[in-house]
Write a protein that binds this ligand. Structure first.
Ligand code: R5P
Length: 296
């Protein structure tokens, strides 16, 4: 055995799916929490390449635990530790937008680069920083696209109009629009607070009487989708659906989206949740094989 996928109990399902897709064993990372919430991490003996699976939604505790796990893996046989983080947190804060703010993307990128030999993620939120390699200097940091999975969810026969909520969404919506040969429009977003956004869709009238699919990388609170749906309904859209790579929204937030007239929300299973069902294991496995991170 030259490689194994290591997973925490909370992500046993997706780490096992990846191990099966690769045809390698899935071994466990045990996390015990002391009363004061410190974590004690324990790993099984590792082969030369350890693929540590940990999607980084709700990231603060997980960040500490993956650093401890990486160290334990190296102490127990791993010569190479690759982080498989389908959702990569802290990528949105790529600049100090107000005086005194930390540039989280730079801090977390550097931290991960110091502890891992490589990293694989899906559709990280890179806007002003063009490549993941720039965020994680010196390691093989790879971002793949969920477009093949999202495309399969689009019913071309309905000739839907694709909508990206803002300029940043161009990179995701354009890739999908090209594949399915459908037209898209982009909104303009102004964020007033964590849950409050204003969206203007300059070409909103094109949604009149049509089926519309909103495409984004991330649904967090759902505020962005609510604002877009409001615009589209006012413009006369007949049916509104939403597709995203990652969905962090709670059941209550998803209810609000339904009430706002979004009839279906689909996302990949990068983050466990009620709508995250499009399986990423094969996409990840395909990329890992191409990277030759371990001898087959
Ligand atoms: C931000 O620019 C992203 O692409 C998403 O549009 C955003 O993070 C969604 O957040 P929320 O669901 O909280 O509006």
């Amino acid at each position: 055995m030259s490689c194994a996928v290591f997973g925490f109990a909370a992500q046993a399902g997706p780490s096992l799916a990846l191990a099966r897709a690769l045809g390698v064993p899935r071994l466990s990372v045990k996390a015990r929490h002391f009363p004061d919430r410190e974590s004690l991490i324990q790993v099984e003996p590792s082969p030369r390449t350890a693929l540590l699976y940990c999607s980084l939604d709700h990231p603060n505790d997980k960040l500490v635990e993956i650093l401890l796990a990486a160290s334990a893996l190296r102490d127990n046989g791993a010569a190479k530790v690759i982080l498989i983080a389908p959702y990569l947190a802290y990528m949105r804060q790529d600049s100090a937008f107000r005086a005194g703010e930390a540039v989280s993307q730079r801090v977390i990128g550097k931290l991960l680069a110091e502890h891992f030999d490589g990293l694989l993620t899906i559709d990280p939120h890179l806007h002003r920083t063009r490549s993941l390699a720039a965020v994680m200097p010196g390691i093989e940091a790879v971002a793949i696209s969920a477009a093949p999975l999202l495309v399969a969810e689009i019913d071309k026969r309905r000739d839907p109009l694709l909508v990206g909520p803002d300029g940043e969404a161009r990179q995701w919506v354009e890739r999908i629009a090209d594949r399915v040969e459908l037209e898209f429009v982009l909104g303009r977003k102004r964020r007033g607070g964590d849950r409050h956004v204003e969206i203007e869709i300059p070409d909103a009238e094109r949604a009149n009487g049509r089926s519309v699919v909103i495409v984004d990388d991330l649904i967090s609170s759902g505020g962005t989708l609510l604002a877009v749906a409001h615009q589209l309904r006012s413009a006369g859209a007949q049916e509104i659906k939403a597709l995203a790579t990652h969905c962090l929204a709670t059941e209550a937030e998803l209810d609000q989206l339904r009430e706002a007239g979004i009839s279906s929300v689909r996302a990949t299973d990068s983050v466990p949740g009620p709508v995250g069902s499009l399986p990423i294991a094969d996409l990840l496995a395909q990329e890992i094989r191409q990277r030759r991170w371990y001898p087959s």
